[in-house]
Ligand binder design. Structure first.
Ligand SMILES: *[C@@H]1O[C@H](CO)[C@@H](O)[C@H](O)[C@H]1NC(C)=O
Ligand SMILES: *[C@@H]1O[C@H](CO)[C@@H](O)[C@H](O)[C@H]1NC(C)=O
Ligand SMILES: *[C@@H]1O[C@H](CO)[C@@H](O)[C@H](O)[C@H]1NC(C)=O
Ligand SMILES: *[C@@H]1O[C@H](CO)[C@@H](O)[C@H](O)[C@H]1NC(C)=O
Ligand SMILES: *[C@@H]1O[C@H](CO)[C@@H](O)[C@H](O)[C@H]1NC(C)=O
Length: 298
């Protein structure tokens, strides 16, 4: 690439109320450049003699024009341009990075039907300060009716969609637009609310050894699931002993307990539970953390 990006932003740092022009500090220019491109920054308008550029205070070139080809991250820094007598003319803060690439979007709903969460990543990381506009609307709604997707859990690249229609007949579109000093890009990601349901894992799994080589297993619904009464969950129980290859799954269960029987004395069993929307919408939750119990030897 040999594009030249020079986005000068004038930043007045102080002296705004000063009446004496000689006390106005030299300007600081923020310059943003794409890694691999070239940059050309003139210090003065004219062809002044003896003007020089310094980087981190050491002399770089005796030339009024700073020219860097094939920039890389190590070219970042504070560049200053000086008169022959040393007085400062201009300060440039050079920032290297990438224009945003289209975000990879992933949405899921651990809190169906209350809200869905979307998160996204950019590859490569743009490095430069990048901000995001996230909006959503139904497929047939006009652009103007798009709602703001609110930042979620203070994460820069995550937002929450509220009041989505359930059993909608058309897709919801989320629009993630990423913007930085080098450009902007948009990704539209269509989804059906029910297809992105994914509960959090069940909690409070407890085991009780029962006579007859049985284990009573109990658990609680994921606390994030807003309404387990009207939006039922079903559960799968996984257990194993020894190596993981012995894992077996049982279920689904509608209740919050079951009994494992036919177990072997002296064996330690590891139990995990997963939840899924009762109507089979979306995906299973991750497995709860394994907890174990040993069947006593007779
Ligand atoms: C630019 O620099 C990179 C490494 O910094 C190098 O791999 C690449 O070949 C260079 N490209 C040109 C056109 O000089
Ligand atoms: C200039 O200084 C900055 C900040 O201290 C540093 O990150 C950068 O590596 C320095 N650049 C050079 C070429 O010394
Ligand atoms: C340095 O030179 C410039 C013009 O060449 C002049 O405006 C400035 O006052 C000089 N500064 C000092 C400290 O001599
Ligand atoms: C996506 O969002 C951006 C920023 O709000 C907007 O400019 C653009 O028109 C939207 N595009 C679509 C197809 O919704
Ligand atoms: C899980 O256990 C904690 C502490 O015993 C209790 O406060 C909480 O209500 C339980 N949650 C569920 C969903 O059973």
């Amino acid at each position: 690439m040999c594009l030249i990006y020079v986005f000068g932003v004038l930043v007045i740092t102080s002296g705004v109320f000063s009446q004496d022009p000689t006390t106005v500090p030299p300007e600081v220019r923020e310059v943003f450049v794409a890694v691999g491109s070239s940059v050309k920054i003139p210090c003065t308008d004219g062809e002044e003699k003896g003007v020089e550029w310094r980087l981190n205070s050491s002399v770089l070139v005796s030339n009024p024009v700073l020219f860097i080809q094939n920039t890389s991250l190590k070219d970042q820094g504070i560049y200053t341009c000086h008169q022959p007598n040393g007085s400062l003319i201009l300060t440039v803060s050079l920032h290297l990075g990438y224009p945003p690439s289209p975000p990879d979007v992933h949405c899921w709903s651990p809190t169906y039907p209350k809200r869905a969460i979307c998160s996204w990543t950019l590859t490569p990381d743009p490095i430069l300060p990048t901000h995001y506009i996230a909006t959503y609307r139904s497929f047939s709604e006009p652009l103007s009716s798009a709602r703001q997707c609110q930042k979620w859990e203070e994460q820069d690249r995550q937002c929450a969609l509220e009041e989505l229609e359930i059993f909608a007949r058309e897709h919801t579109l989320i629009n993630i637009t990423a913007i930085n000093a080098l450009g902007s890009t948009t990704r539209i990601w269509p989804f059906i609310f029910e297809q992105i349901v994914k509960p959090d894992p069940p909690v409070n799994v407890s085991l009780m050894v029962m006579p007859g080589k049985k284990l009573s297993v109990q658990w609680g619904p994921p606390p994030t699931w807003p309404d387990p009464v009207n939006f039922l969950l079903k559960y799968t129980v996984k257990y194993h002993w020894g190596k993981h290859e012995t894992a077996r799954t049982l279920g689904p269960y509608e209740s919050n307990k079951m009994v494992l029987s036919g177990l072997v004395s002296g064996r330690t069993y590891y139990i995990q539970i997963s939840a899924k929307d009762f109507l089979d919408d979306g995906r299973n939750s991750d497995w709860s953390a394994p907890i174990s119990a040993t069947i006593p030897s007779n």
